[in-house]
Design a binder for this molecule. Sequence first.
Ligand SMILES: [Zn+2]
Length: 289
Amino acid sequence: MRRSILTKPRRAYGGSRSSGGSLKGRLLIGLVIALFSVGAYFFGTQDVYNPITEENQRVAMTVDQEIQLGLQAAPQMAQQFGGLDPDSRAQALVDEVGQRLVQASAAGETDYQFEFHLLADDKTINAFALPGGQIFITAALYERFQTEGQLAGVLGHEIGHVVGRHSAEQMAKARLMEGLAGAAGVVVADPDNPQSSAQMAAVVAQVVNMKHGRDDELESDRLGVRFMADAGYDPRSLLAVMEILAESNGGQTPPEFFSTHPNPERRSERIQEAIKAEFPNGVPDGLIQ
Ligand SMILES: [Zn+2]
């Protein structure tokens, strides 16, 4: 008796197609998940006013969660670029210039906890910011600077990513995309598919490998110019950084500063506009180069 029940589905499986009801059911589940994810994006995220960028933005995390996430991802980030640089003098200068920018500017009025790290990697020209205030620069980029102001330009730009909450904004969007991708998966795959258990590791990996969009880069440039001016640095040093990066951009993987910018000249133009907005009567003498 039991046997015959068991053989029945086997025969159905061997047939040309499964029942239409099950496919409809899966499509429905997919649709529900898709709607839920769109709903979660619009209702589960907060529309928050950012007093520094003076814009509303959609984020799915609190400032505190950003800080925690950044702290958790920081060791993995450092590990990917050779760990912390053993040069304690250089390490101290990176921290000093970074803290000077924070304390002199609106970034210092936020709850973000800024920490600046020099990474040992002397091959990869890069700088990046994790959400919450963990900021990194590689030795390969650091070694190319001729002045302190150029270092301030890069760090100011990265501080801009943090206070602009660019990662939190991107993650709110990514969550929407994940939901939609998951919904598509349900339609073709088994609905009983077990979910990944290492969710936090996946989130950390996502943050570590995150690339910012063009608009975020330009906003960070503008904020960087503002923070430099507040801290007494000549913002034209950021233009010099663009030149350094353009020269070193031969053949290899483009640095973070160029990853989403195929046209560095246009970017320099925008930086010049930001400098003009900051100093309508021209950049004064005596600023730190
Ligand atoms: Zn950037």
